[in-house]
Design a protein around this ligand. Structure first.
Ligand code: PLP
Length: 400
């Protein structure tokens, strides 16, 4: 299946600085003011919303949590949405309800550790799958190859805010009777074939960590379209309590509180507009990156509408005389901070390496090549100028 990088909206003129001395070697930087890598500031409305809860004294999970669940559920296409303490426990709740100890769960080798660590915490065995080189999302063909009689579930991440090939995953799951959990910690409000990602799979989990597209500091969400599962998630979230001090099953205290939820509700008002700004920024970056031989922007899964939690570039080491890390150090000196998501695949995390059966070629290549450009809703014309000029200047200076 072909994959496409979103078409640029407007041509970006990027001056070539073939002769300019890099700031990292003592030259003048493109900008003395670094481009902010992210934008996490609270608005006055966010602060007022949290203050109103503080003044009310109702600090526990209450009406604001219920409001966040209702509104975010509607916006993401899910029938049942539950707030919880963070994205990690959202995964833990999903796995506890859907996976048994000893099961094999197909997982991406290219993700944040929580997606897989909670499989291990459940007493199940993670089976790592490779990524697609263009979208960097899990490779459905590799995933299907790894199914054994012990496989009971697939848990995959909509990485960087881009949905995986949901049609392929759902088809494999239906064929082999597997449960599906989607980790959407980075993908709030992304859609697939025009439908909210909450419509697909057995459960979808989200993080509301301070730097996420929707952020309450710490926090999480968990959705499903199955009322029975929603009840189980609710019980597990709060000590299996069905009535005051009546506990139907053993559970946890993984509740969110209304202070965090009030911030979430307030920020949800702006999330659609902020998501549009991220998409616009990605479109600008696509044309800048395409103009630099040896750099490649993130391809989009066909049918997916990403929300660009991160904008991840791949560098071709054969086209430059430097490593990815040297390229990033030079960008930073020019005023463009970057980040690497991720410096090593999960197959080589000390905590998980014992589950790795073999090196996976695509993720081994990605971890040496990727870097993320500043991405958030507050990027403006001057920021785009700095990023475009810095990319061109650094690429020209390190041209092989
Ligand atoms: C893909 C992914 N899954 C899960 C998590 C865990 O979320 P939290 O930090 O809210 O526990 C994160 C957070 O970074 C994430 O990026």
């Amino acid at each position: 299946m072909s994959r496409s990088t979103a078409a640029p909206k407007a041509p970006v003129i990027v001056p070539v600085h073939s002769g300019a001395r890099l700031a990292v070697r003592g030259g003048a930087p493109v900008s003395a003011n670094p481009v902010p890598f992210m934008s996490t500031a609270l608005s006055e409305a966010d602060i007022a919303a949290a203050t109103a809860v503080l003044k009310s004294g109702m600090l526990r999970q209450a009406a604001r949590c219920a409001e966040l669940e209702k509104r975010f559920g509607e916006m993401s296409g899910a029938r049942h949405m539950l707030t919880c303490a963070n994205g990690t426990v959202a995964l833990q709740l999903a796995y506890e309800a859907l996976v048994e100890p000893g099961d094999e769960v197909l997982v991406p080798a290219w993700s944040f550790i929580a997606t897989v660590a909670m499989v291990v915490a459940r007493g199940a065995t993670p089976v790592f799958c490779d990524a697609l080189p263009d979208t960097m999302q899990v490779d459905p063909a590799d995933l299907e190859r790894r199914i054994t009689p012990r496989t009971t579930a697939i848990s995959v991440t909509h990485l960087y805010g881009c949905p995986v090939d949901i049609d392929a995953v759902q088809m494999i799951a239906a064929k082999h009777k597997l449960r599906v959990i989607y980790d959407a910690a980075q993908a709030h409000l992304s859609t697939y074939r025009g439908r909210g990602i909450g419509e697909f799979g057995d459960a979808v989990t989200y993080s509301l960590y301070a730097t996420k597209n929707l952020a309450t500091g710490e926090g999480g969400l968990l959705s499903t379209n199955d009322p029975g599962l929603a009840r189980t998630f609710g019980l597990l979230r709060s000590h299996g309590e069905t009535d005051k001090y009546l506990h139907e099953r053993v559970g946890y205290n993984y509740r969110l509180n209304d202070i965090a939820a009030a911030i979430g509700c307030s920020r949800l008002d702006r999330l659609p507009e902020q998501t549009a700004a991220r998409r616009e920024a990605a479109s600008r970056y696509n044309s800048m990156v395409a103009a630099v031989d040896g750099l490649e922007g993130p391809a989009t899964t066909p049918g997916a509408e990403p929300v660009y939690h991160l904008y991840t570039v791949k560098l071709d080491p054969a086209r430059f005389t430097c490593t990815r890390d040297e390229f990033c150090a030079a960008l930073k000196a020019e005023g463009v901070p970057t980040a690497v998501h991720y410096p090593r695949p999960l197959t080589r995390q000390p905590a998980l390496a014992k589950f790795a059966r073999e090196p996976l070629p695509v993720v081994e290549s990605l971890c040496r090549r990727v870097f993320c450009l500043p991405m958030h809703h507050d990027l403006g014309a001057e920021h785009f100028r700095v990023v475009g000029e810095a990319l061109a200047k650094v690429a020209a200076a390190y041209r092989a």
